[in-house]
Design a protein around this ligand. Sequence first.
Ligand code: ZN
Length: 397
Amino acid sequence: MTDRLYYDNAYLTEFDATVLEAKEENGEIFVRLDRSAFYPTSGGQPFDTGKLNGANVLDVFVDQDGEVWHKTDAAFSEGEAVHGKIDWDRRFDHMQQHAGEHMLANAAYRLLGGHTIGLHLGKDSSTIDMDLPGGRTHITLDEIHALEDDVNKNIQKNAPIKCWFPTCEELEKLPLRKPPTVKEHVRIVQIGDYEFCACGGTHPSSAGEIGLVKIISATPSRGKLRLQFVCGMRAFLAFRRRYEVLDRAAGALSTSWEGLDGQVEALLERSKNAEYLLRQERKASAVRKADQLYAEAVEANGRKIVRHVFSGIGIEGLREAGNAVIEKGGAIALFADESEKGYLLFFARSNDLDVNIGAVLSAACKKCGGKGGGRSDFAQGSAQEISVLDEALSLLE
Ligand SMILES: [Zn+2]
């Protein structure tokens, strides 16, 4: 069994060891040592990276027999002396996230009666899933603030964090937040006098080193509450990124970040009004155009066929333009509206004509590659090619 050096000292970054076993499987190299400071993926905390002599450590994991394996990119031989060095930035980041998680889970336990059932330390943020009394899967903004306040105040009190293996008698007396999953060799992490939890992970030696904890989201997930959060440097960087984005957005609207949401609301309102007015104007202009087209159209066989391709008036505009034409009597409107997505189609006929315009649109679409249909007096559809209008015209003639 590998002596796991991080159990006693999470700050140990370099160590000397001897290779107990080295093997190659499917072109991948795995090394087992007599002692190691490398943390293997477990308990929701990802593995450490770093160097073993000149080789890069690409993965560290525990096999079914509880042995720690280092996956490396260079070969080793049994009995070889190695010098290990872990990537401290990555490790310390994991220590901050992991200890922050203990404090957040502890606050949720005390303030909301929540039981944390799973931890995932992700690349950018971490999550815990929580069982809340009554099966609640939502919490209020006030409750989120209460959790954040509690955790960050406790961080600033800088309580010591202690990890040790208690005896069975000692373990029975500890006020554990949740029962341990293993019976023997239980490692306890204690923060101040309020948090006791079984955990095999790495943590800083005092709460102050966590720096800051911020909840990013609180959402339901598979019947539980999922809290997404960042700790330490991640929380600071998240603050910096948001600060810069807010600053830029506020600058673009010539306001301060405090005035930003008000300005955005006002801007949305103005843009909604402007869009409404633009739509009204386009429709009115489409109707004027339709009147003009009708006036210019030549009557043949007792009817006037009016054909036109509009631009950006939408189906509503097409309908209004079409209605403006057919209400004059003895008219057929074959209208299209061009947009980036292709052509919207609106065909209609006056009530005094006996033409099935829905059948005309369907037939033209079938021939020219479009879709649509409707009633005998009006129909709508869409097509990629505007040849559908010529086809409809020749069907009518
Ligand atoms: Zn832990």
